[in-house]
Design a protein around this ligand. Structure first.
Ligand code: ADP
Ligand code: MG
Length: 348
């Protein structure tokens, strides 16, 4: 949902400051492409770049990143690594989402006509609880050899994300919300999540609501994905289902995802991969990060620049079919970026 209060005010000259967190792996090179393209199209955005050292054991860098996002209201990020093995050093990506209370994750999963896949014309939106559930990071060894890991589900967060999903469906002309769960086994935690969504569904009679158990959902997705419209789920199921759907659409290099709270928004590649093995080889698919940057432009109200870039990406992938090897092409990352710049068609 794009709430009015969520969108930061532009600075002098209509420009916005945005926190850029390149992260590890292919993050920095993909951010370089975004910066080149933004420069070319004259996007009215100034990036405040914050590098996070994955090897240090303290949270100073990530706290600084959080401070800048609070100031700017918006972030664009790659996946941040945590290299420390100390158990008390938890994922910086999770810390960032929790600190900024970005309780909803939205992944628009729409087929690219130019990318060959088993199923055509998939159009699903995954809405994932983004701050609790299995990602509570509360694990302990109660007695030697017995680890307990807490999955935290609260009524308030279940309600917020369910409302987000129904509002999203209504505002975007969607017809159905499917709550995905395992409430037959996790009767209390997933039970609360499911019951909350059923209760909210009554406030949205114009939107059809059903529910599906996570294991069946995975089977249905790979076999008959067209039955889904908006999908609502807890954190870990959201991560797994996002990867299933991205796989169906052509892998990790295409889709972008959006993290929303009531105050801040952060945009990133949809499956949140680091891509360490392919970093620095000019083979990473730059589209996921470029799509994240388009989402960001759209969020800031820079529709002209978002459209310009969206059309150029569409032409490059779906018409010219200039693609990296992960989606069946032979182009390098920079070939794709140069083709996009060529397709923007400005006479600079
Ligand atoms: P993780 O972040 O969990 O380590 P990986 O970085 O290994 O995940 O990513 C999973 C797979 O997706 C790898 O095979 C990786 O090469 C591939 N991948 C991720 N992002 C991209 C991208 N932008 N372009 C091409 N392949 C990608
Ligand atoms: Mg990963």
């Amino acid at each position: 949902i794009r709430k009015q209060k969520l969108i930061p005010k532009a600075q002098y000259g209509g420009r916005h400051a945005v926190t850029m967190l390149p992260g590890g792996g292919i993050g920095p090179e993909c951010m370089g492409y975004v910066r080149d393209i933004f420069k070319y199209i004259g996007a009215p955005v100034d990036f405040e770049i914050v590098d996070i050292d994955p090897t240090v054991d303290n949270d100073d860098d990530v706290l600084y990143a959080i401070t800048t996002i609070k100031r700017n209201g918006v972030g664009l990020k790659g996946n941040i690594e945590t290299k420390s093995e100390a158990a008390y050093v938890t994922s910086r990506n999770v810390a960032l989402r929790n600190e900024l209370d970005m309780y909803a994750y939205v992944l628009n999963c729409k087929s690219f006509p130019g990318v060959e896949t088993r199923h055509k014309d998939i159009d699903v939106v995954i809405i994932r609880q983004n701050t609790e559930g299995e990602y509570a990071m509360l694990e302990h060894e109660s007695v030697h050899g017995v680890i307990e890991s807490m999955k935290v589900v609260t009524a308030s967060n279940s309600e917020r994300v369910a409302r987000f999903a129904f509002e999203f469906a209504r505002k975007n002309g969607r017809k159905k919300v499917t709550t995905v769960h395992k409430a037959n086994i996790m009767k209390l935690s997933d039970g609360l999540f499911l019951e909350t969504s059923k209760r909210l569904a009554k406030e949205y009679p114009d939107i059809e609501h059903n529910d599906m158990i996570i294991d069946n959902c995975c089977m249905q997705l790979v076999a008959k994905p067209h039955q889904f419209d908006v999908m609502l789920m807890t954190n870990l199921y959201g991560s797994i289902v996002s990867n299933v759907v991205c796989g169906l659409l052509g892998g990790a290099g295409l889709l972008s995802g959006r993290n929303y709270g009531d105050h801040y928004a952060v945009f990133e590649p949809g499956t949140r991969n680091t891509g360490t093995a392919i970093a620095g080889k000019n083979v990473a698919n730059p589209i996921a990060m470029i799509n994240a940057s388009i989402d960001m432009l759209e969020h800031l109200g820079h529709h002209f620049h978002a459209d310009l870039l969206r059309r150029a990406v569409h032409k490059t992938i779906n018409v010219d079919r200039i693609m990296t090897p992960d989606v069946g092409g032979t182009a390098s990352s920079t070939d794709v970026v140069n083709a996009i710049i060529g397709n923007i068609g400005l006479n600079h």
